[in-house]
Design a protein around this ligand. Structure first.
Ligand code: HEM
Length: 1169
């Protein structure tokens, strides 16, 4: 985009026709810098020169200073006249990702915010100029928020909706009629079905437009008896229409009018008011109840099958409520919980309104501390996570550690996501309570972002043990993934007197690993391990990323050293899929006289957790950039500029834009030098189409070969002297084809990714774009047209299938189950080996027995002996498969070749018949013995999922059929057996080639197992050298050198080249595992490359991907790693392996372009005494 053209288009004359800039629907590549220039352009050339051409902004203005405000609607007339798009500034900008109020199986907590009639400081959309405005920050303890005022229609100010949505809390407005004028209003809108439907539609439209999530209906006046039916009809239609327009939304009825039309608060739900309860999502009871009221309410709620839809009112101001309110509100809340009912806390801002504001934080924390046993923290902070402690106010405004506004402010829209741990609620002893040695507080004198940061002070002698304080807890990603974690610190005492680091403690739901994993993220200066090792906890030392690594991953680097002495440290962390992640700040006093208690103060300014997918390796393509609304006008004190920008960006870049949004605010402060906090970034995630005619020239990757029509490069590939993966690897040394290139298999274009940079971009950053599976002829024959996971194409059915198979696997192939299974299977094979005595033996069949038994145990809960005919047939079949499928069938190259007669095809089909017969028989056995209450295998578990899915929705019958289940178990055999067998054989071969390494493995295993009979998963952390040998075997072995091809699901790009939808993509894992930039002496077996000097496993280089990455990452990754780390120690404890010839042993492979299967060898296996 050329800036001068853009400026020309932005001049006032061009803007009169409307606010949508001419850029709308154009495509432009936008980096952070470009956006800055764009904003600078807007600021300098458009609105600031356009003072006269104002009034384009729609909304309510404060009369005194013209500032945009939010306000209620006072009369029915105003309500009927209301139209969307007449109040653009009052619209919330943070969407709610998940509605929680209307569902669930536990009592809920609502707060109803009624403070001095509402619309106080919070009405100012751009905030106010003092730091004492009321803010709510105990979001973790509640499930819903009602913004209440005594006006007819209360529309929550957008700052409240934004803050609530940031915490995944739904926000409700209110519709209230009171006194005589309320009665008159009711008579008007209840006069006919049309009249009340019309009003209901207006309320739905308002919630939709302003982006809040429901209504509290409060009718506190008498209703003529003949209008009661219409009132019920009104609540009914409002509830239905809200659900239709905003799925998951909530309409609550306040316990007031009863079915006779009388205003008669019941303090319970009963036959007099249940007609309103029945047509709404819940009832909010009045607060002068007694135990009998609650008992009856509980019974009726249970009878209705809606036990948690009764919200017992609790008034913090007392007023006849149990316990008298105030700090004793806990008594009333506790009573409701004794009856197992939900609660609605009325007037939760009491500590701010009634007590000294100077002590607000202390009082507010105390109030919620008392309530927390009955309102425990729900939910964890979700990722991507950007936390900076700010409550939405401050004495100054900081951006990146710099002061951008040197005066007090409050604006809830700028509240950071709040951590329950820092708010003084929910702390346990272990979390690090405040003591005389260690205290934490909110610091407003300094901040990195917004108005505050966390201050941690320790007063203790110099010590090697750090004091750790839990800062926040977040949910873990759904699957194992790479994260970028950064934290920003600043010392207030001498920087040499302390050492601080963050520790990420992840708790695995996957019991395959030890339950807790600690990632230690020390600072650049700290090279030693920072904490004592705990035997039961897996610990990993994560080194900070260097500047160029951060640049490479995020596309920007801002250590911020110098911005007020803040320092940001970046780390790349691989976490396994699991339950929670707790982040702890650990500080150690490193200086001072022995025994002296010098105070050390450290400020924590920010923590960010971004999935690697959210990072930008290069410029992001942004589309549809336009200014949704804008205004600039002079006030008594200066200029006010308000912009509402809109742009569209790829969904997986959300986290990046979150950051960009903040930078935008910073930039506006710098460039406009006036109050302009109203910059709202509206970001919608939508796919980007790259091939719009006339927009962009198609730019495909180059091809190293001449391409012939129909046959493509097939002859060149056939004539290659080496395997294609080796030839492609050689191309990585050329300038043109070092990272990626195109080849043609028959008429099909195939993209080859030859370097980890482009693999990361494709499989991780753009994982959904590269999640498809091409139609591989052989695969289709094997899986009844892709009804398995390996060959199934990406889509809802595949996703569901993979999820079900994964959960089934998790249930039966993890933890103790897996331990038992592997131990038994290995014992059987050991017995077979022992039978052979001193003779050299071919290890393949015995290893295969071991893996076959693991697979059959998982899939069917069945085990086999070596002589079993089924097992022997399987061994033969596998050998035949390798021979026949070594290079695929002709139909894989070109569809029409499948019609040519082929002996290989016939043999393949005969083998498939035998194999499917085996699967059918096992499946039938499982079905026959299936007991849904006691699943005994992956098949049982999937049958159970099938049953549940069908009961929920009949249509699911076609989504998870018996064939799908059978095919998933076939994947366990097809993808699981040869892979693990091959890796075990190669592991043993490496031991034979390197007797010194074999000796180290033996020693380590002996020490680690000690007196234990058999290895378990808890031994794994003590066998780091053995695990390093396994990693090196997986790297060098690279069973599938070209992976399994994937397919693009949409038009996309890699390294700036355009890749159309449906392109086949192959990843040269061979080249990636031998890239000399990552692996010194890449062809040698060197397990030490995975260990640090202290013998701990180091973070694996990004160029390590034996199980692939992204959406198609190996489903059995965890099972495979754990099985291998159980089987290897058990075998190695028993035996010493050597070559019969006594000569140097060389590992050779079967002739196959697809899989690298070692040739059969005979080994000497000596028992260890
Ligand atoms: C050392 C052992 C193993 C290795 C090296 C390995 C490696 C791989 C690789 C490279 C892929 C291809 C990913 C892609 O399409 O990009 C894959 C896919 C797959 N693997 Fe494994 N695997 C192993 C063990 C297992 C086991 C034990 C199972 C089952 C129990 C399994 C089940 C699968 C499945 C179902 C897929 C297809 C995933 C999909 O398309 O979504 N693998 N594996």
């Amino acid at each position: 985009m050329r800036e001068d053209n853009f400026v020309a288009r932005m001049r006032p004359g061009n803007m009169r026709a409307g606010l949508r800039l001419p850029l709308a629907r154009s495509h432009l590549a936008l980096s952070s810098q470009t956006l800055h220039s764009f904003l600078a352009v807007i600021g300098r050339y458009a609105w600031l020169r356009n003072a006269a051409d104002k009034r384009s902004l729609h909304g309510y203005m404060e009369k005194e200073n013209g500032e945009p405000i939010s306000q209620p609607l006072r009369t029915l007339d105003e309500v009927y006249k209301w139209r969307p798009h007449t109040d653009n500034t009052g619209v919330a900008s943070v969407p709610l990702r998940k509605l929680v109020l209307a569902s669930g199986d536990r009592p809920k907590t609502l707060v109803c915010h009624d403070m001095a009639g509402g619309y106080l400081d919070d009405r100012f959309i751009q905030g106010v100029k003092h730091a004492d405005a009321y803010r709510f920050y105990h979001w973790a303890n509640i499930d819903g928020f009602i913004y209440f005022s005594h006006y007819l229609v209360t529309i929550p100010p957008p700052c409240w909706t934004n803050a609530a949505h940031k915490h995944r809390i739904p926000m409700l407005g209110t519709f209230i009629t009171e006194w005589d004028h309320g009665k008159a209003n009711c008579e008007q809108f209840l006069s006919s079905v049309n009249a009340y439907t019309n009003l209901a539609n207006k309320l739905v439209a308002m919630a939709t437009y302003y982006k809040f999530d429901g209504w509290l209906i409060n009718i506190e006046n008498i209703i003529q008896v003949d209008l009661v039916a219409n009132l019920i009809g009104f609540v009914d239609i409002l509830t239905q229409e809200m659900h239709r327009a905003i799925p998951g939304s909530t309409v609550l009825w306040y316990d007031s009018v009863i079915n006779s039309g009388k205003l008669d608060w019941q303090n319970e739900v009963n036959e007099l008011n249940r007609s309103f309860f029945d047509v709404s999502d819940g009832i909010f009871l009045n607060y002068t109840w007694n135990d009998n009221n609650l008992q009856r309410s509980r019974e009726l709620a249970e009878q209705s099958g809606r036990p948690y839809d009764v919200y017992v009112g609790v008034d913090v101001y007392g007023r006849g409520c149990r316990g008298g309110g105030g700090f004793n509100t806990k008594e009333a809340v506790h009573t409701t919980r004794m009856h197992n009912l939900s609660v609605a806390i009325f007037g939760q801002g009491w500590a701010h309104e009634r007590l000294d504001k100077v002590d607000f934080l202390q009082n507010e924390n105390r109030f919620w501390q008392y309530l927390s046993p009955d309102c425990p923290c729900q939910g964890l902070l979700s990722q991507p996570l950007w936390w900076h402690c700010c409550q939405g106010c401050g004495q100054k405004m900081f951006v990146h550690g710099k002061v951008v506004q040197d005066s007090p402010w409050s604006n809830l829209s700028l509240q950071s996501v709040q951590s329950a741990m820092v708010n003084g609620v929910g702390q346990t002893e272990e979390d690090g309570p405040d003591t005389d040695q260690c205290s934490t507080s909110l610091c407003t004198d300094h901040a990195f972002q917004g108005g505050s940061c966390l201050r941690l002070s320790i007063r203790m002698p110099q010590s090697s043990e750090p004091v750790c304080y839990s800062v926040l807890e977040s949910s873990m990603p759904q699957s194992s993934t790479d994260l970028i974690v950064s934290y920003t610190l600043k010392p207030l005492t001498h920087p040499d007197h302390y050492a601080a680091h963050l520790t990420v403690v992840s708790t695995q739901s996957d019991t395959n690993d030890p339950a807790v994993h600690r990632h230690l993220l020390p600072g650049g200066g700290e090279s030693e391990r920072v904490m004592g090792s705990d035997r039961n906890i897996r610990e990993e030392y994560v080194r900070p990323l260097m500047e160029d690594e951060v640049m490479g991953i995020l596309g920007f680097y801002s250590p911020e050293v110098g911005s007020g002495n803040w320092e940001t440290r970046f780390y790349r962390l691989r976490v396994e899929e699991g339950a929670t992640m707790q982040l702890r700040l650990c500080v150690r006093h490193t200086h001072g006289e022995e025994g002296s208690k010098e105070e050390v103060i450290v400020l924590l300014g920010q923590i960010q957790i971004l999935p690697l997918t959210a990072s930008l390796r290069e410029v992001v393509l942004v589309t549809d950039l336009y200014c949704r609304d804008a205004d600039h006008f002079p006030t008594k004190t200066g200029h006010v500029v308000t912009l509402v920008l809109h742009w569209t960006f790829p969904e997986n870049c959300a986290a990046y834009f979150l950051r960009l949004a903040m930078e935008t605010v910073e930039h506006l402060f710098e460039n406009l030098n006036s109050r302009a906090v109203g910059a709202v970034v509206v970001a919608t995630g939508a796919a980007i189409w790259w091939f719009q005619p006339g927009q962009k020239k198609y730019n495909p990757p180059l091809s190293p070969y001449w391409t012939l029509p129909l046959v493509g490069n097939i002859f060149q590939l056939m004539r290659m002297k080496k395997y294609s993966y080796e030839t492609f690897c050689d191309l990585s040394k050329t300038k043109e084809y070092n990272k990626l290139f195109m080849i043609h298999l028959g008429p099909k274009p195939v993209l080859v990714l030859n370097h980890i940079d482009v693999v990361l971009e494709a499989l991780v950053t753009k994982m959904n774009d590269f999640a498809g599976r091409p139609n591989i002829y052989t695969g289709m024959l094997m899986t009844e047209g892709g009804k398995d996971i390996m060959f199934g194409d990406y889509g809802p059915v595949w996703k569901f299938h993979r999820k079900v198979a994964y959960s089934a696997m998790k249930k039966f192939a993890f933890g103790e189950n897996l331990e038992r299974l592997v131990q038994n299977s290995v014992s059987k094979s050991i017995a077979e080996i022992q039978k052979k005595g001193d003779a050299a033996i071919d290890m393949r069949p015995v290893i295969m027995l071991l893996v076959f038994n693991i697979a059959c145990g998982m899939a069917y809960g069945k085990e086999y002996d070596f002589d079993d005919p089924d097992f022997q047939q399987f061994v033969d079949l596998t050998a035949d498969f390798i021979e026949v499928l070594g290079s695929g069938l002709p139909g894989d190259i070109h569809p029409w070749l499948q019609y040519l007669p082929s002996s290989r095809y016939n043999k393949f089909m005969t083998m498939m018949d035998l194999f499917t017969k085996f699967l059918h028989e096992r499946h039938a056995e499982c079905k026959e013995n299936f007991d849904p209450s006691d699943p005994k295998s992956i098949t049982d578990c999937m049958l159970q999922a099938q049953k549940e899915a069908e009961e929920e929705d009949k249509e699911m019958k076609d989504v998870l059929t018996d064939t799908h289940i059978m095919m998933a178990t076939m994947d366990v055999f097809g993808a699981g057996i040869d892979t693990i067998t091959t890796m075990l054989i190669q592991f043993i071969a490496h031991m034979i080639q390197h007797p010194d390494i074999q000796e180290r493995v033996h020693q380590e295993i002996d020490v680690a197992l000690g007196g234990a009979q058999l290895p378990t998963l808890s031994h794994r952390s003590k066998m780091t050298f053995t695990e390093a040998c396994l990693c090196e075997t997986l790297r060098l072995g690279t069973l599938l050198p070209l992976g399994v091809p994937v397919k693009t699901t949409c038009d996309t790009s890699v390294a700036g080249f355009d890749i159309p939808k449906d392109t086949m993509v192959i990843v040269n894992m061979w080249a990636i595992h031998r890239d000399p930039d990552f692996w010194s002496d890449p062809h040698s077996f060197n397990p030490d490359r995975f260990l640090d000097d202290a013998g701990n496993l180091v973070h694996k280089p990004s160029s390590y991907m034996p199980f692939s990455m992204g959406r198609r990452v190996c489903l059995g990754k965890s099972v495979a790693q754990s099985s291998l780390m159980l089987a290897i120690p058990q075998l190695m404890r028993q035996f010493r392996f050597s070559s019969p010839s006594g000569k140097e042993f060389k590992l050779e492979f079967e002739e196959s372009g697809f899989a690298r299967i070692p040739k059969s060898y005979e080994f000497l296996v000596a028992a260890r005494t």
